[in-house]
Design a protein around this ligand. Structure first.
Ligand SMILES: Nc1ncnc2c1ncn2[C@@H]1O[C@H](COP(=O)(O)OP(=O)(O)OP(=O)(O)O)[C@@H](O)[C@H]1O
Ligand SMILES: [Mg+2]
Length: 259
């Protein structure tokens, strides 16, 4: 079986800021990362701040270009020009931590959710409205939110809108980068249970980047421990999480859980 997402020997470095014009050294941020993810799987990525998790996510989303290495989605190389025009592009989607800056404050909920649908599907106005309401209901909201603006909603509601937008074009793969981290704990739990439902309903393949181990144990089938741009450990069964060997994974678990 072909993995839905296959990453081979990915490397990425960035120029260090605030250096002189003639002294511009690149710092490696992603150092030879390879992984594969199969349809329906949920992979957690944990690692300390600055270890390169979001950079890896941005590479997968095509927001950054790797220095070397390849990313294949359903067997198709996303680094190739052909990918930009591929209908498969809509199958990759994302939800980020900062729901406030993820949406245009002058857009209504309807406009926010409809935006990706406009790009990919030709729907009539009434079909579009029906689809937006269906998506609102899928994320536990309803038609009463249709005309609201972002500032008229709570953080949890706005993050649900971002999730509705992320699934609007029926993606196969969704990357969640700290998507529930800035919500308070009860709202986090609600959004997490929504995500579990959606994952099952839509048979999504997902990557969860998070500092929060509870999120990982709740949602993920497998976990990758990330340290200084490298995978230092993989746990293939969530139940074995406390049996990690690597010194950094142990440290990370200790800092999060206290064991
Ligand atoms: N576009 C960029 N240009 C220059 N440096 C960058 C860029 N993006 C990320 N970096 C640097 O790469 C390193 C890794 O950043 P990244 O955001 O991937 O970390 P992270 O693991 O997601 O951290 P956090 O858990 O805090 O979100 C950081 O030192 C960051 O400053
Ligand atoms: Mg990050």
């Amino acid at each position: 079986m072909t993995p839905l997402l296959q990453i081979n020997n990915l490397k990425k470095s960035f120029l260090q800021p605030n250096q002189g014009l003639f002294n511009r050294k690149k710092t490696p941020i992603i150092k030879d990362v390879s992984l594969s993810l199969y349809q329906g799987e949920c992979l957690g990525i944990v690692g300390e701040s600055g270890s390169g998790k979001s950079t890896l996510g941005n590479l997968i989303l095509g927001l950054e270009k790797p220095d070397s290495g390849k990313i294949y989605f359903n067997g198709q190389d996303i680094g190739q020009r052909a990918w930009r025009k591929s209908p498969m592009r809509r199958e990759i989607s994302a939800v980020f931590q900062d729901y406030n800056t993820s949406v245009n404050p002058y857009f209504t909920v309807a406009e926010i959710i409809a935006e990706p649908i406009y790009i990919y599907d030709k729907l009539t106005a009434s079909q579009l409205k029906k689809r937006v309401i269906e998506l609102l209901e899928q994320v536990g909201l309803n038609e009463s939110f249709y005309h609201r603006f972002p500032h008229e909603m709570s953080g949890g509601q706005l993050q649900r809108i971002c999730i509705a937008r992320a699934i609007a074009c029926s993606p196969k793969f969704v990357l969640f980068d700290e998507a529930v981290s800035s919500l308070d704990i009860t709202v986090q739990t609600q959004v997490l249970s929504l995500l579990v439902d959606l994952q099952k309903q839509l048979n999504l393949t997902t990557i969860f980047i998070t500092h929060d181990l509870a999120t990982i144990t709740y949602l993920c089938d497998r976990v990758i421990f990330f340290y200084q741009g490298q995978i230092v450990e993989q746990v293939d069964k969530i139940a074995n999480l406390n049996q990690v060997n690597n010194v950094y994974s142990k440290q990370l678990l200790k800092s999060i859980l206290g064991f």
